[in-house]
Design a protein around this ligand. Structure first.
Ligand SMILES: Nc1ncnc2c1ncn2[C@@H]1O[C@H](COP(=O)(O)OP(=O)(O)OP(=O)(O)O)[C@@H](O)[C@H]1O
Ligand SMILES: [Mg+2]
Length: 416
């Protein structure tokens, strides 16, 4: 956490310093453009001197522009009314616009609609007293691409006073990758802390619940033999059912805590898929679920714990089946991502889908929408995949279904 804070500070300091250098280049560029537009105000003794001066001016403009264009941040310069007057190439790639589409537009086209009004007010305040600062400190800022997608950004603001008025300069950094990494690190921390706690709880509960279950089983046999009243047998059944549920949760906690202990060897995801589907086939056909497999024949092996990966796939299939109460289709697909050097397995269902408001919670331990669920299936799966340096992602649309994707990097998995 501390290293994050430090790296965030360092990143901010770096971006402010880079901003200063670029601001100087931008001033030079704005001045050079202005002078060129007006004609160079030099009293030229002769044509040769004038050509030299023009050449030097042209070169300084070219240098400033090169600075601007090579910047890894998007740089957007706006006039006092908020119209974009200059932008660099990174702005085009970051926001998906061609330069000509943005020039003359209000800067708010790059901001998601709900934040625009506030931005207009902030812009006016900034222009009244401009200074070098970061924008929206402590707030989650977002950029808006031409295709409508939003992405997290960090913005530093600066300004230049020109003879045409003040120009505001925004240095915009796309922080999607950093945000995703922070989220994954938070999830991993949470799971690690929970793993320790789970191991302790499971250890304490496992033995007593085993004794309770077996004693109740014996009592039920005796109740039958001794002809005890039906109510007593019913009560014993209820006790047994709940004791078994506690035992299931304890087993879940144990495998959650022990997710990294299995031995690893070469594993082909096609083979895991075939074995697990074979295992689940009866269950699936009883639930009127049709399972289709599209296996990539060129799948390379990864170094993994085959049982653990099988457990992940089984969890995904079980979830898919329970999302299709009236039956449906599950498609399991494998693919070798040669360029990315990764092996991928996806499980797609035609089930209920997952509402957007619960989607961020489904990997949390104990989060469940099922009366009989423990809510550990996906968090255990996430832990196993993370342990293999892989990723477990989900896309879902309510009423259409969900797709869970497992991706394992070949290089990291091979060296694990
Ligand atoms: N394929 C899916 N379609 C729709 N919802 C899903 C799907 N997979 C998971 N979910 C949602 O995510 C929640 C958490 O899943 P998870 O596997 O962790 O626990 P669970 O299935 O509820 O319980 P358990 O795995 O212990 O039986 C589920 O309760 C369900 O709401
Ligand atoms: Mg589950």
């Amino acid at each position: 956490m501390i290293s994050w804070l430090l790296s965030n500070r360092a990143a901010l300091a770096f971006s402010l310093a880079a901003g200063l250098v670029l601001a100087i280049a931008i001033v030079a560029l704005l001045v050079a453009r202005r002078r060129r537009a007006r004609g160079v105000p030099i009293v030229a003794r002769d044509v040769a001197t004038r050509t030299l001066a023009e050449e030097s001016l042209r070169r300084s403009e070219a240098t400033s522009r090169a600075f601007l264009e090579s910047a890894s941040e998007s740089i957007v310069i706006a006039d006092a009314t908020g119209r974009i007057v200059l932008l660099n190439a990174r702005t085009e790639t970051m926001f998906g616009y061609a330069r000509a589409e943005l020039l003359g537009q209000p800067v708010e086209v790059l901001i998601p609609a709900p934040l625009r009004e506030r931005h207009v007010a902030h812009r006016a305040t900034y222009m009244a007293a401009p200074r070098l600062r970061s924008m929206g400190r402590g707030l989650d800022l977002a950029g808006l691409k031409k295709d409508g997608t939003e992405f997290p950004v960090e913005v530093s603001l600066s300004y230049v006073a020109t003879d045409e008025g003040t120009r505001a300069i925004a240095f915009i950094t796309d922080i999607s990758e950093r945000v995703a990494f922070q989220k994954a690190a938070r999830q991993a921390d949470k799971l690690a802390a929970l793993g320790t706690l789970s191991a302790g709880i499971a250890h304490e509960i496992n033995n007593p619940i085993g004794i309770i279950t077996s004693r109740v089983e014996v009592m039920m046999l005796e109740a039958e033999e001794d002809g005890l009243p039906a109510e007593v047998r019913k009560d014993l059944e209820v006790i047994l059912r709940h004791a078994r549920r506690v035992a299931t949760i304890t087993q879940g906690l144990l495998s959650f805590a022990r997710q990294s202990s299995g031995t690893r060897g070469p594993v082909n995801l096609n083979q895991v898929a075939e074995e697990i589907v074979q295992l689940a086939r009866k269950d699936m056909s009883r639930a009127r679920v049709e399972v289709t497999m599209k296996l990539d024949e060129t799948m390379p092996t990864i170094v993994a714990d085959a049982n653990a990966i099988g457990q992940v796939l089984l969890n995904l299939l079980t979830n898919a089946r329970s999302a299709m109460a009236g039956g449906g289709e599950i498609t399991i697909e494998t693919s070798h991502l040669a360029t990315a050097r990764a092996a991928r397995l996806t499980v797609r269902d035609t089930g209920s889908g997952i509402p957007p408001e619960i989607l961020p919670k489904i990997f949390d331990p104990f989060f469940t929408t099922k009366s009989e669920g423990t809510g550990l299936g996906l968090s255990i799966s996430h832990g196993i995949v993370h342990d293999h340096h892989g990723a477990l992602d989900v896309r879902s649309e309510v009423g259409k279904g969900s797709t869970f994707t497992l991706t394992f990097p070949l290089d990291t998995a091979a060296s694990a």
